[in-house]
Design a protein around this ligand. Structure first.
Ligand SMILES: [Zn+2]
Length: 225
């Protein structure tokens, strides 16, 4: 095993994972267990991954560095996280622009995953984060299994503009240009899933009018966000 010294850039990404985890908890989008795994790309061939599945009060030293084949270059993974390495690596391989990935069991989003129903894009926060399409469901497979990872790869390739996937009977996988961006997307997804479920009691959410995404982008460009 090659042991490398963590560079300043890698340390900064470790801090970014801590910040992203904190954002998930302070936003109230975590399940009761506090289970999640978060990762950040270090360079084209390496990424950092949280070492434990319990990320409440995550510390910067609770991250490992791996290559995209899953080899651990630095640190040590708890068994439950050794299982999910491929789930992150497959997205980094397929999407060169992705710099941060988060998996959670956020309750409302997970309700859609349990129902094996895609989450429609009918709430404004999703548009603001560029998720202007339904979030598709990856067919069930044990976490990190070949069948699950193959399903993730197929959907990230078939749906090149989706920034999130629902894992059937399991949870959510969201990706962004960095960990905080992915965390903000998780919050937008969870809010939207909650609102979608609440609206079902009122006869169901309505679709956006045509051109809504373009209008939101123009508005964001005007204020420089
Ligand atoms: Zn999970």
């Amino acid at each position: 095993m090659t042991v490398t010294t963590r560079s300043d850039a890698a340390t900064a990404r470790g801090d970014a994972l801590v910040g992203a985890a904190r954002h998930l908890f302070t936003s109230g989008v975590m399940s009761h267990s506090g289970h999640a795994n978060l990762s950040a790309r270090v360079d084209p061939e390496r990424f950092m991954l949280t070492t434990t599945g319990m990320v409440r009060d995550l510390r910067p030293d609770q991250v490992a560095v791996l290559d995209l084949d899953g080899a651990i270059l630095e640190g040590e993974l708890a068994p439950e996280n050794a299982e999910i390495v491929a789930m992150h690596a497959v997205v980094y391989r397929a999407r060169p622009a992705v710099g941060g990935i988060i998996h959670t069991h956020s309750p409302a989003a997970t309700a859609f995953a349990l129902a094996n129903k895609e989450l429609p894009c009918r709430a404004e926060p999703l548009l603001r984060f560029g998720q202007a399409e339904p979030i598709p469901v990856v067919a069930w497979g044990p976490r990190g299994s070949d069948i699950s990872v193959r399903g993730i790869r197929t959907l990230v390739e078939e749906r090149p503009t989706t920034s999130a996937l629902l894992l059937a009977n399991h949870g959510l996988l969201a990706f962004g240009t960095d960990p905080l961006g992915a965390a903000r997307l998780v919050v937008a997804i969870e809010e939207s899933a909650e609102a979608e479920l609440a609206a079902s009691a009122l006869g169901g959410a309505a679709d956006f009018p045509a051109g809504a995404l373009e209008q939101v982008r123009a508005s964001m460009a005007r204020v420089g966000s």
